[in-house]
Design a protein around this ligand. Structure first.
Ligand SMILES: [Zn+2]
Ligand SMILES: [Zn+2]
Length: 215
């Protein structure tokens, strides 16, 4: 009886001791993590960009640099049946380009000089596509077409992500394929998260520079 009654006390004491030790480890780990994060931020502040990509090369991976910062766009009704959901996605993302970069979004009727003509294409062999259809003497893009696929883009997030992605090509941005790409220039499906409906700082810098580079 003596043995059996003393064992639980011992076990409880050991349990308490373990819990205290575990709590202490968590607190200590937290301090270590804090120190590590400060170190990472400091390093990033001094280091070169974490990745190199192409910009303005117009080579299938990256889009073309447009001729000017005013970015005129329109909704083509030729062969397209536009829904409110898609018009909203395009408007929201053109406004985002306006807010994040030096580009200004100007919506109007489609003319021969509109910078970006949007087409809704249910038969497109992709989520979306971008093509520059006209260049000036400096090789800058004067007119382009963005196609969005309503068969594939069935949620607000996917519509916005792809609109953001193709609009990004229309200002010269390149594909992001590395897992470190956490903005809308990631290729293909993107998981939930508002960062996939925006441009990261690296891409904003490229867009505003309007200079071809592979940095
Ligand atoms: Zn780059
Ligand atoms: Zn793309």
């Amino acid at each position: 009886m003596k043995t059996s009654s003393s064992r639980p006390r011992t076990a409880a004491a050991v349990g308490r001791a373990r819990r205290v030790t575990a709590a202490a480890r968590v607190r200590f780990g937290g301090r270590l993590l804090g120190i590590a994060l400060v170190g990472v931020v400091a390093c990033l502040g001094q280091a070169a960009p974490a990745y190199a990509d192409q910009f303005g090369q117009e080579n299938g991976t990256s889009g073309a640099i447009p001729d000017s910062f005013p970015h005129l766009y329109c909704f083509s009704n030729t062969g397209s049946v536009w829904t409110t959901a898609f018009i909203n996605a395009v408007d929201v993302q053109m406004r985002n380009l306006d807010e994040q970069t030096k580009y200004t979004d100007v919506r109007g009727k489609c003319t021969a000089t509109t910078d970006v003509r949007f087409v809704l294409d249910p038969n497109l062999d992709a989520r979306g596509s971008y093509h520059c259809t006209g260049h000036n003497g400096d090789g800058r893009c004067t007119t382009s077409v963005i196609r969005l696929n309503p068969t594939v883009l069935t949620t607000t997030h996917q519509r916005r992500k792809t609109a953001c992605h193709e609009i990004g090509h229309s200002v010269g941005l390149a594909h992001g394929t590395a897992s470190s790409f956490t903005d809308c220039m990631r290729s293909g499906f993107a998981p939930a998260g508002v960062q996939f409906e925006r441009y990261n700082a690296h891409h904003v810098k490229h867009a505003n520079s309007r200079v071809k580079t592979t940095s």
